[in-house]
Design a protein around this ligand. Structure first.
Ligand code: G16
Length: 543
């Protein structure tokens, strides 16, 4: 094998966002663009000669080409072995599982998650460390710094590697091991959940529908839900992964997973519905005519974890991102365990899990997971719910309503304004920050502001500090409005408004969240001047 050194010049836009580098496919296809970033990863992590790397992606457009480039660069950069999913496929949770199981030095995951795919869609790349989790900020910063100074990269001059046959082949001195993307992950799931009880549930007239949204989870859901657990084959819809996700937007929420929502809210609806995203780490949970917010889902999993074999020994603690509702905090308090509040981004949970401080984590952005891996995990959440349903023998709605009756309801909603001009979005955030002193102790409608700040976090394990993580206005009754700019979009800016109030009164629990939050929504629009500054009358997505 001949390794070539190629001269290159830096791109100035390779700063990783909330979860790796996400850009339009056409940006990634520019000469040297992907190569520069991959070399920056290799230069920053300084893996020991002879190390093993995991590699895979969600199968979106450009996945295969990128895998070939990365394999050739890994060979030229001294890796001894690369474990790559067959066809270049690994869901994000499966990649985390593979990194941990085979103790690789880390892994490269190709995905833009829930962003649309195809030639006009998005592509993404991120590095996960040896614990299986997304690289922490100090590593992503080092990668960014390397990308700004890069002058050359190394790549092997060789023909493409066969990715569709399981087994080992040589690429110079490097071994490429093509592995089954599903097997290790399915085995891990079986070790955590009571598959016999779920099998019994599914054979006893309990119907489910899982929407893989033509993304990576199709083969995983078929193997686990249909082949292992006996669900009817048509329980998995849109199960064929497609490079453009069938033209859809693989984001499991009420707007983009509308096909599933129509089934669950239609006549003769199944008892349970769920969807996952492009790379399989997000989940949306539905009951018959009922939506479970991700924040409630985390709290309910925590409150019922003792019913599930993998968690019956108890939880060390819970962590949630700051914009996620405080429903999980109430469960943690009842269980007498700590609850940590982190910035948005799964990478902030890794240290807490590695230090044994938390077992379950979750985010309002349809992410839930545990210390079984170091990524959020869509199918894991589905199986957790099915295990609870198998034990409790109640409907999804009854379980949620009983939970609210016991703990009170954290009424919650997120309003997203996608693709707005960056200047307008920055203007809104600046206005809010400049208004902190004005808000303090001010009466806004029926609410009185208690304090406002720009959230910052000190990691309790390594002491690292992350500032500027979202503007919070906290009211004296605990209600909150949070404003944040998304770190995962690729076009313009996405401004998120998170709204939360607490309702202890069961008689009010039937209210629709938008109705219950109407006053907070108006306050948010007024104090941010969002309509005036962006020209947007309504959010793009409400969840
Ligand atoms: C990523 C991160 C999550 C984060 C989400 C939304 O998820 O891993 O931790 O909550 O983005 O981030 P933002 O609000 O900045 O858009 P995924 O599923 O896109 O990898």
């Amino acid at each position: 094998m001949q390794a070539r050194t190629v001269s290159t010049t830096p791109f100035n836009d390779q700063k990783p966002g909330t979860s790796g580098l996400r850009k339009r496919v056409e940006v990634f296809r520019q000469a040297h663009y992907l190569e520069n970033f991959v070399q920056s990863i290799f230069d920053s992590i300084a893996a020991p000669q002879g190390a093993t790397l995991a590699l895979g992606g969600d199968g979106r457009y450009f996945n295969r080409e990128a895998i070939q480039i990365i394999l050739k660069m890994a060979a030229a950069n001294g890796f001894r072995r690369v474990l790559v999913g067959k066809g270049g496929i690994l869901s994000t949770p499966a990649a985390s599982c593979v990194i941990r199981k085979y103790q690789t030095c880390g892994g490269i995951i190709l995905s833009a998650s829930h962003n649309p795919g195809g030639p006009d869609g998005d592509f993404g790349i991120k590095y996960n460390t040896a614990n299986g989790g997304p690289a922490p900020e100090k590593i992503t910063e080092a990668i960014y710094a390397a990308s700004k100074a890069i002058s050359q990269y190394r790549i092997a001059d060789t023909s493409d590697i066969e990715l569709d046959t399981l087994g080992d082949s040589g690429l110079g001195d490097m071994i490429v091991s093509v592995i089954d993307p599903v097997g290790d992950y399915a085995e891990l799931m079986e070790s955590l959940f009571d598959f016999a009880a779920i099998r019994k549930l599914l054979s006893g007239g309990f119907f489910i529908k899982f929407d893989a949204m033509h993304a990576v989870t199709g083969p995983y859901a078929r193997e686990i839900l249909v082949n292992c657990l006996g669900a009817a084959p048509d329980s998995v819809m849109n199960a064929e992964p497609l490079p453009d996700f069938g033209g859809g937007h693989p984001d499991p929420n009420l707007t983009y997973a509308h096909e599933l929502v129509e089934v669950l809210y239609g006549g003769n609806a199944p008892d349970f519905g769920a969807a996952s995203d492009g790379d399989g780490d997000r989940n949306m949970i539905l009951g018959k005519h009922f939506f479970v917010t991700p924040s409630d889902s985390l709290a309910i999993l925590a409150a019922n974890a003792h019913l599930v074999p993998g968690y019956k020994q108890g939880l060390a603690g819970i962590a949630r991102s700051m914009p996620t509702s405080a429903a999980a905090d109430r469960v943690a308090a009842a269980l007498g365990i700590p609850c940590y509040e982190t910035p948005t981004g799964w990478k902030f949970f890794g240290n807490l899990m590695d230090a044994g401080k938390v077992t379950l984590c979750g985010e309002e952005s349809f992410g839930t997971g545990s210390d079984h891996i170091r990524e959020k995990d869509g199918l894991w959440a589905v199986l957790f719910w099915l295990n609870i349903l198998a034990v409790r023998k109640q409907s999804v709605e009854d379980i949620v309503r009983e939970h609210w009756a016991r703990f009170g309801r954290n009424v919650y909603s997120r309003h997203d304004y996608e693709g707005i001009p960056i200047d307008a979005a920055n203007g809104v955030m600046k206005l809010l920050r400049d208004s902190f002193s004005k808000f303090s102790a001010q009466k806004l409608g029926n609410y009185t502001a208690d304090f406002c700040d720009d959230f910052s976090y000190t990691d309790p394990v390594d002491g690292s500090v992350s500032t500027g993580q979202g503007v919070r206005i906290i009211f004296t009754d605990g209600s909150r409005i949070v404003f944040r700019l998304s770190g995962t979009g690729t076009e313009g800016a996405t401004l998120r408004i998170y709204l939360e109030s607490f309702e202890p009164d069961v008689a009010q629990h039937h209210l629709d969240a938008q109705e219950a939050l109407a006053e907070l929504i108006n306050i948010a629009l007024e104090i941010s001047e969002l309509r005036e500054r962006t020209g947007r009358e309504r959010p793009t997505v409400i969840t």
